[in-house]
Design a protein around this ligand. Sequence first.
Ligand SMILES: *Cc1c(COP(=O)(O)O)cnc(C)c1O
Length: 343
Amino acid sequence: MSKPIVGHLDPYFFQVNEEIRRGLQMCFGTKNEFTMVISGTGSAGMETAVANFIEPGMKTGIFANGYFSDRLTEMARRHGADIVRFEKPWGETYSDAEAAAWIAEVKPAVVAFVQAETSTGAYQRGHAIAKAAHEVGALVIADCVTSLGGMPCEVDEAGIDIAYSGTQKALGCPPGLAPITVSPRGVEWLRSRKSTPVTWYLDLKLLLDYYESAHRYHHTAPISMFYALHESLRIIEEEGIEQRWARHKSNHELFVEGLKSIGISMHVAEGKRLWTLNTPLVPEGVSDAAVRKTLMDEHGIEIAGGFGPLAGKVFRIGTMGYGSSPENVDLLVRALGAAMRRN
Ligand SMILES: *Cc1c(COP(=O)(O)O)cnc(C)c1O
């Protein structure tokens, strides 16, 4: 990020941008040419998806099982969507059959779900949702903020039309950019859209004019952030994306085992858990705030607590990016064990 800054229309910048596109395609698991980054954090990616693909009055089906699906709902509401929610308790996921049956019944024009729900630690695969959505002609939006770079997003394989993410989660980059990818179906949809999105800054058609052929000035791209993402994607490429996923999986499993050894079990059912964000249950009689304070004060380790319906019930512990290592898992399990004995 301390490299000299070039202009936002400099050929070198577009070269960096092109390499970022290739790196993101690898991480998303897609061949989508329409793969770019939005200037803003993960929420800007979310709002870009909502603002460009959900028109006012459009029936929007949302799989609602955590905080970020609630944020999606709120954004869709502000953009005038006609919202139908499939609610589930935080931490649960949707079976293929129930997801398909619900979509067939509701017949939404757009379906949105959170693949990696950071508030609960649950992973929702997109295959059955996308298949059912396409059968009723709906577009599929997936929040991949905490999966991209740490777990397979399977954008093409699942049939996800629009996926967005953020740089500071499993990509292991500073915060500030929101990767987004759009399927050919999504691009077609965008081309035929008649109304103008209410947001100018996140208007994908205008952004295409800037990043693609015309290179027409739209806004000043935060060049240093692009350098950072460029470098983090090179680090991922060096490790190999498959190896990186495998590393996240094995360190997550090591962590779950370690937690078990100190008497802590997991909130999310086995097989539905994120490898990047873990939600162990706070044991009976233990104060989660006191444990977190001890970890911070005595070990310099920051973990998060649960919120919403999971406040006080779970810890939220990231094992992602550079932080996902056997040494860190071991250190954390020992520190957590010690902190729990004291609190
Ligand atoms: C972090 C996160 C976001 C929002 O990203 P910001 O970078 O905080 O704006 C959206 N969705 C999920 C699942 C997240 O974990």
